[in-house]
Design a protein around this ligand. Sequence first.
Ligand SMILES: C[S@@+](CC[C@H](N)C(=O)[O-])C[C@H]1O[C@@H](n2cnc3c(N)ncnc32)[C@H](O)[C@@H]1O
Length: 277
Amino acid sequence: MQATAGDCEGVEMMKDETLAKTDQEVIAEAKEAHAKAEKAEDRASPSRWIEADCYAELAKRGWKQQKIAEDCGVSQPSVSYFIRCTELYHLGDKRPSFWTAYQEAKTGKTTAERIVASNENEWYTPAKYVEAARLVLRSIDLDPASCKRANKIVQAKAIYTADDDSLHQPWTGRLWLNPPYGRLAGEFIQRLVLEYEAGDIKAAVALVNAHCTDTAWFQPLWDYALCFTDHRIDFDSGGREKTTTSTHGSVFAYLGPDTNKFKAAFAEFGAVVRRVK
Ligand SMILES: C[S@@+](CC[C@H](N)C(=O)[O-])C[C@H]1O[C@@H](n2cnc3c(N)ncnc32)[C@H](O)[C@@H]1O
């Protein structure tokens, strides 16, 4: 048996001879991988995949999860989630970091689905970025994707919240936009570009994930000035305990007449670029 662990290169993997191992040897291998992972491993956690494959192998041999847990010195729910990870990502597949799979196993949702889940939209922009946008826009008339808490920092004259369903409301003036994640991000950005180009919106600064640059909805933004951050923004979790943080850089897009002002205000956050024509 050969495990491929995606980004887990350079680690000892389960070998073909695993099948020939006795149950006790598989348990010993699981324990060794568990101890290794507990000691010092980054989030890619290659040993966790080995541990999970051992539990799956024992389950295949007819072991009950409770018995696996007892003999390997871990909890039964852990065994259950670990086995679920091996079902989501089979041996031989290109596997993600173990903890990505573990979150999916635990929540029953893919990472993308978790991001779309409502409370994962509640990530607010730290003040220094909003202040830079305010400098460029002079004032913020509308934040079309917001809530009461976020607007303490943004201080837009008007906001739309999830309850208002912004996509069916009028957008005008000078906008700050950090849209909800997932599918809605594209719909918000498409609308922003359409309405700016139609003249309904005077100017706007939008903030999106830098991993979206290959999407269809991002392409029109290449016609505008962009700032790619040279760091990951530490978004405000709105008072919730932080269990995650940005996994990507971000991009600010400026739709407006004063590109030099945008460059001056955002250069401290990363490279400000424009398409070469
Ligand atoms: C990523 S947060 C950004 C908040 C704020 N604009 C900022 O920059 O700090 C996106 C916000 O949009 C809200 N939202 C989600 N769906 C929405 C919708 N259909 N219309 C308006 N707001 C929505 C979320 O509740 C969340 O507060």
